[in-house]
Design a protein around this ligand. Structure first.
Ligand code: SAH
Length: 214
């Protein structure tokens, strides 16, 4: 499947919609205007790739809605070369946005089928995370910590302590917290022991599951 001028046109429209919905980070909008989201969807859904909606990606999971991807990425305030840990690789679209923005990306997925599919797709499209791991994101990646930013793309019943511990001082953790629906939460680590917490309204994610990566 190719990336055509028509796709580019649809992407430009999508990015305009995101800007109208309040996304102001030019770097996020620019990255999203360049990434062929239709190549991250299951076949049959490509035609809908540039609608601002979530879609199934197999294994009972969904690719996050573009607005949600933009919103979470904007909260990270990432700078080129930042080390970012992503929990929930899924389709790899969010991973690609982070790579495109120049981050060093470490990403974890607990569904083997998605992990395998996405570890082939991302390099094929030219996106090269530092680490793609099959495992349980509740534990984070202690060997590569500390991170400048951590982004969780599944709904977490609580904020996993290991993720807080793996944030550098000044680092930002963006995580949707809740069961039925989630409150987008930003934690900024202000010292060894202190975290500032901000909340940004309701979102809906598939659940973050623990210790079941079989
Ligand atoms: N960023 C992805 C979001 C996919 S949905 C995208 O836009 O495509 C959330 C993903 O989190 C799913 O793929 C799910 O399998 C994964 N996930 C859920 N719990 C997890 C855990 N404990 N560790 C790692 N990944 C997890």
């Amino acid at each position: 499947m190719k990336d055509t001028a028509k796709h580019q046109g649809l992407r430009n429209q999508l990015v305009q919609i995101l800007a109208q919905k309040g996304i102001y980070d030019k770097n996020v909008l620019q990255a999203m205007s360049q990434i062929p989201r239709h190549l991250f969807l299951e076949s049959g859904f490509e035609d809908f790739a540039y609608q601002d909606k979530a879609f199934p990606i197999g294994a009972g999971q969904t690719i996050s809605q573009p607005y949600t991807v933009a919103f979470q990425t904007q909260l990270l305030q990432l700078k080129p070369d930042d080390k970012i840990l992503e929990i929930g690789t899924g389709s790899g679209y969010q991973t690609a946005v982070l790579c495109k923005m120049g981050a060093k990306v470490f990403t974890i997925e607990r569904q083997n089928e998605l992990y395998r599919k996405t570890s082939v797709l991302l390099p094929k499209l030219g996106y090269r995370p530092r680490v793609m791991m099959f495992g349980d994101g509740y534990k984070g990646l202690p060997a590569d910590a500390p991170f400048d930013g951590i982004i969780v793309t599944a709904g977490a019943p609580n904020i996993p302590q290991p993720l807080m511990a793996q944030l550098r001082i000044g680092g930002r953790l963006v995580i949707p917290v809740g069961e039925e629906k989630q409150i987008m939460t930003l934690l900024i680590r202000t010292s060894e022991t202190h975290f500032e917490q901000h909340e940004f309204g309701d979102f809906r994610f598939v659940p973050m599951l623990e210790d079941k990566n079989k």
